[in-house]
Every structure is written in structure tokens, then in C-alpha cells.
Design a protein around this ligand. Structure first.
Ligand code: PPS
Length: 286
């Protein structure tokens, strides 16, 4: 019998190859975020690895040695995975940590900690398309079927990490806290330098102009595509089908226009408007 590809924790799906219920329960209830930690939170395919490259470069004042020598999942453990939790528990503070966890099952210790939280979000139509392509290549995810089929699963939240809408609404509840900062993938695309400056300000990190230049240069799509420590080419073929595609796929905004029909896009808009009607935040995708 083939093992189930997903487990469910409090109603949310997770790839069973990477996470167990015990890990998720520990992370929610026992894991201690420390005041010095930086926690990057994202819904999958929203610019996680891009932001981690930016943060790693900022921490090292633009020097790319660390991001070029240490693989991204060791630089910033994904605490919702078994391996990530193990690493996070070993690392001394200040730690750079990552999670895709929805707010309601994120570490309870967050509420009493000064850890700095950076939430990065992206146009959900682009998330959908990026997720769709990734699911075709990554062994932890179910074959997504057609775009039409995956669209329905995505809109109903029947995908690992659950509903994009709930994720965004949940995390944005933190938006008025001084240790919470959010930024969009689209803003990074439009003004990477200005975004880096804002992130430095939030982190209280002072770096000079040349160092900011180095962060911007080394966090470009092309540089990251060539960085074996960030482009996932280190993942064994058994886990990622490198022959069929790349993790660093296109790295653009509005690729959804090349994949969704007018009808699918309108359907998406209807669901979006209904689910997001109470959210008073202006997003670049309108
Ligand atoms: S994951 O698997 O959830 O961690 O994926 P995540 O890192 O969140 O998202 C992957 C998408 O981010 C794009 N990406 C970038 N875009 C622009 N510039 C840079 N530097 C960059 N780095 C990563 C990556 O290409 C994926 O998007 P798509 O649309 O699939 O290309």
C-alpha cells in the first residue's frame, strides 16, 4: 500500500514526507520563539526563497559568501518540517527561521515574543500558477491535474497549507504590531532597492549604499537562478524532477495571464471578492 501523501493537522494538509503531526503539535505548543529571532512567514510560492536571500544578504551586509555556501533550508530552517524543526532547535539565537504555517496553528510563543516577523505575500493568481507548476515537479505534492482542477482545489483551500485567503487574513491580524512587517512580491519586483531599505529599517540594521547595492545585485532572479544554494538544484532527483522544470521558474508578475482563461480569472475574482471583502488593506493586484 502506498503511504498517504498528505497528513492533516487541525484541518490543514501537509506533505507527509516532510512533516508529522507530532512536529506540528510541538511547533504550535512548545516551540519557543526568541526575541532575537527573525521569522519569515509565507504562503507557498509567494517569494519565500527570494526573501530569504534578501535577509541572508542583509544580515551579512551584502556579502554573498553565506548565501553562496550554505543551502537555503539550512540557513533558515522551515520550522513546520521535521528537518527544519530539528535544525532550529540546534541553532543559537539570533535565528533566521521560515514557516508556511497558517496563523492559527503557528507557535503560541509568538504572541509573547519580540521576534521580528516578516510576512511576504503575492498575487494569489500568480501563487496558483507557481504552485501548479511546482506540484508537477516536487515529490511531496500530489499531481495537480489540469489548471482547472487545481484552481478549484486552490480556491477551496484543499491544498497543502490550506486556503490562501485564510492564511493572509490570519497573518494580517498581526499588522499593527511593531514586530510585524509585511511586503508583497510585487513590491519587491517594482522597487527592490526601496524594499531592501524598508526591510533594513524594520530590522534595525544599518548598511551603507554599496552594501545595499550588493544585496540588490545578489538577490536578482538571474543571480539566484545561478546560486546552487538557493535554486534547489541540490535536491536529489528523487525529490524534484529537474528534467521537467526548475524551482526558479519565471520570476515575473502576472504570469497567470498566460495560463488562466477569462472565465477562470473571473471565477477567481468572484471568490476573491467574497473572501476578502472585510480586509482593509490595499494590495498591488487590486
Ligand atoms: S516555496 O516552494 O514555497 O518556498 O516557493 P517560494 O520561494 O515561496 O516561491 C517561488 C517563486 O518565487 C520566484 N522567485 C523569484 N522571483 C523573482 N526574483 C527572484 N529573485 C526570485 N526568487 C524566487 C520563483 O521563480 C517562483 O515563482 P515562479 O512564478 O514559479 O517563477
Amino acid at each position: 500500500m502506498t503511504p498517504e501523501l498528505y497528513i492533516t493537522y487541525k484541518g490543514i494538509l501537509f506533505p507527509s514526507m516532510r512533516s508529522t503531526v507530532e512536529t506540528l503539535n510541538y511547533v504550535e505548543n512548545e516551540f519557543q520563539l526568541l526575541d532575537e529571532d527573525i521569522l519569515l512567514v509565507t504562503y507557498p510560492k509567494s517569494g519565500t526563497v527570494w526573501m530569504l536571500e534578501i535577509l541572508g544578504l542583509i544580515q551579512h551586509s551584502g556579502d554573498p559568501s553565506w548565501v553562496h555556501s550554505t543551502v537555503v533550508w539550512e540557513r533558515a530552517p522551515w520550522i513546520n518540517t521535521n528537518l527544519g524543526l530539528e535544525l532550529a532547535l540546534k541553532y543559537p539565537p539570533p535565528r533566521l527561521l521560515t514557516t508556511h504555517l497558517p496563523f492559527q496553528i503557528s507557535p503560541k510563543s509568538l504572541l509573547h515574543s519580540e521576534a521580528k516577523v516578516i510576512y511576504t505575500l503575492r498575487n494569489p493568481k500568480d501563487v496558483l500558477i507557481s504552485y501548479y507548476h511546482f506540484a508537477k515537479l516536487y515529490d511531496g505534492l500530489k499531481d495537480p491535474g489540469t489548471v482547472e482542477e487545481f484552481l478549484e482545489e486552490f480556491l477551496s483551500g484543499n491544498v497543502p497549507i490550506g486556503s490562501w485567503f485564510d492564511h493572509v487574513k490570519g497573518w494580517l491580524e498581526m499588522k499593527d504590531r511593531s514586530n510585524f512587517f509585511f511586503i508583497t512580491y510585487e513590491e519587491l519586483q517594482k522597487d527592490l532597492r526601496g524594499s531592501v531599505e524598508k526591510i533594513c529599517h524594520f530590522l534595525g540594521k544599518e548598511i551603507n549604499r554599496q552594501q545595499i547595492d550588493a544585496v540588490v545585485e545578489n538577490a536578482s532572479f538571474q543571480k539566484m537562478k545561478d546560486n546552487k544554494m538557493s535554486n534547489f538544484s541540490n535536491l536529489p532527483d528523487a525529490h524534484f524532477n529537474h528534467k521537467e522544470g526548475k524551482f526558479m521558474r519565471k520570476g515575473i508578475c502576472e504570469d497567470w495571464k498566460n495560463h488562466l482563461t477569462v472565465k477562470q480569472s473571473k471565477h477567481f475574482d468572484c471568490v476573491y471578492q467574497e473572501k476578502m471583502k472585510d480586509v482593509n488593506v490595499a494590495f498591488p493586484w487590486g
